[in-house]
Design a protein around this ligand. Structure first.
Ligand SMILES: Nc1ncnc2c1ncn2[C@@H]1O[C@H](COP(=O)(O)OP(=O)(O)O)[C@@H](O)[C@H]1O
Ligand SMILES: [Mg+2]
Length: 462
């Protein structure tokens, strides 16, 4: 290729040109009409964070395979834009580059022809650029400063055996926190045992936790060590701890104090070496005030309290986590979503996400399956996102003192159908499936009969 076989004198002159460019315009890249890099300045390489070869495609160099590629798309479409590009740095951090794309024109007025681009690069300087850079911590993505403080607490708490109490709404990542604590602790090679305390009636929960000996009760046909002993030398994760029956609370307290368990029907207490991480979606203090939870047990558990903010209080995380989840969905095949439409993103950022990241996962999976094409559009999102009033949840803009999160309600889409928006959605769904009502109802998550009734009510019947 001619480009790589330049002679020395040409190299020298392009180096000079690059210096001159950087002196006057700052870090920059010059692209030809095909978006290949024709010139680069030293500062551009420093900001992009790696060697840039002449002749490479600029969108690839700048955006890689990221889902959010406003610059790449604008250039491809011939639009002059300013946009942000995230470049990975060591340690999971990112640098945010501001890229201003200026077309290089030849000729005048209406006969002007674009022959290339001048890209001016500089680092996006927010005061807290560091604080808001995306990070990945043991499966948790965030840009949120309070989440990053949580990560620091986890790192420090993990090293010691202190009992941790994680408070957060359902789907906010409590179990990931527990797993991170385990993975970062000296017990990492030991077992991690998770149990949901709200799932079992008292007697069953007691024998699951502390074990039982053969014959301890009808049906106890053999010895059972129980979860505490199964977690020996490791970590036990007691999820929904506020739901543990009162009669078991005293027993749990004794286990924590004596570090021994007494199996049901057993005579001797058995020593256990276990680190406890507990989690709750509701306030333990409130449960104590209701006399539903023992105060002494609460103090035992909340040696290191960790509060996970709900997703609606970290709106930047919605976009970040959505992008990461879409990249993962794209890997599953069937569809390649290249970007999220601005309308869809706005809807996701408005929504209150009572089920937090788990609900976001479900919503994207739904959109991935019911939609098609490279753009995830608003119409592909589940009903409750488009019309939040229908789900009865507070809007995302109401962030102060959210009510205790309910479990995410089953997707009762029929309830969500209200007014004019629905005509649009139904039309879109019908269009997408070539007019087949049965399929349209499936896509909308409602029954065929409900669809028929709604269409009639909305005056859509022929
Ligand atoms: N910050 C995050 N980034 C990416 N995925 C997350 C994040 N927080 C939670 N998840 C995912 O969301 C789901 C719910 O998380 P989980 O820890 O089970 O929540 P909880 O125990 O609070 O209900 C899991 O699939 C988890 O991997
Ligand atoms: Mg959970």
């Amino acid at each position: 290729m001619a480009r790589t076989q330049r002679d020395d004198s040409l190299d020298t002159s392009s180096t000079l040109l690059a210096r001159a460019l950087e002196d006057t315009a700052g870090a920059a890249l010059v692209l030809d009409a095909e978006l290949r890099i024709a010139h680069k300045t030293p500062g551009a390489e420093r900001l992009v964070g790696g060697t840039i070869s002449i002749g490479q495609l600029a969108p690839k160099v700048l955006c890689g395979a990221a889902v959010d590629r406003p610059i790449a798309e604008a250039l491809a479409a011939g639009r002059a834009v300013t946009g942000l590009v995230h470049r990975p740095l060591a340690g999971g951090r990112e640098r945010v580059l501001r890229v201003r794309a200026n077309p290089l024109l030849e000729g005048e007025g209406s006969s002007a022809r674009r022959v290339g681009w001048l890209l001016l690069l500089d680092e996006e300087r927010t005061d807290d650029a560091e604080a808001t850079a995306p990070v990945l911590f043991h499966g948790m993505w965030t840009t949120d400063p309070s989440m990053k403080r949580v990560f620091h607490v986890i790192e420090r708490a993990a090293r010691r055996d202190a009992t941790v109490l994680v408070r957060g709404e359902t789907g906010a990542g409590k179990e990931l926190v527990a797993r991170a604590i385990h993975a970062l602790s000296p017990r990492a090679k030991g077992p991690f045992v998770a149990i949901n305390c709200s799932a079992l009636p008292a007697t069953l929960l007691e024998s699951e936790l502390f074990g039982h000996s053969k014959g301890a009760f009808t049906g106890a046909v053999r010895d059972n060590a129980g979860f505490f002993r199964a977690a020996h030398k490791g970590t036990i994760f007691l999820d929904e701890i506020a739901e543990i029956p009162v009669e078991l609370q005293a027993k749990l307290l004794r286990v924590l104090e004596t570090r021994t368990v007494l199996p049901l029907g057993g005579r001797e207490a058995v020593p256990v070496d276990v680190r406890v991480v507990a989690a709750t979606h509701q306030s333990l203090r409130a449960a104590v005030e209701r006399n539903a939870f023992r105060a002494d047990l609460m103090y035992r558990l909340r040696v290191v309290p960790i509060f996970l903010p709900p997703l609606r209080q970290r709106p930047r995380d919605v976009a970040l986590i959505a992008q990461r989840l879409i990249e993962a969905l794209n890997e599953t095949g069937g569809r390649r979503i290249a970007r999220i439409s601005p309308g869809a993103l706005a809807a996701m950022q408005r929504y209150a996400w009572p089920g937090n990241v788990r609900e976001l996962q479900n919503a994207l999976e739904y959109a991935y399956v019911v939609g098609e094409g490279p753009v995830l559009t608003e119409g592909e999102l589940p009903f409750e996102l488009i019309d939040p009033s229908a789900s009865g949840e507070a809007s995302a803009t109401v962030v102060s003192a959210p009510p205790p999160a309910p479990e995410p309600v089953a997707n009762d889409a029929s309830k969500s159908i209200g007014k004019s928006n629905d005509v649009l959605r139904i039309e879109r769904a019908l269009e997408r499936v070539g007019g087949n009502r049965e399929r349209a109802a499936q896509v909308l998550g409602i029954s065929r009969v409900t669809l028929w009734r709604k269409m009639k009510a909305l005056g859509m019947e022929p």
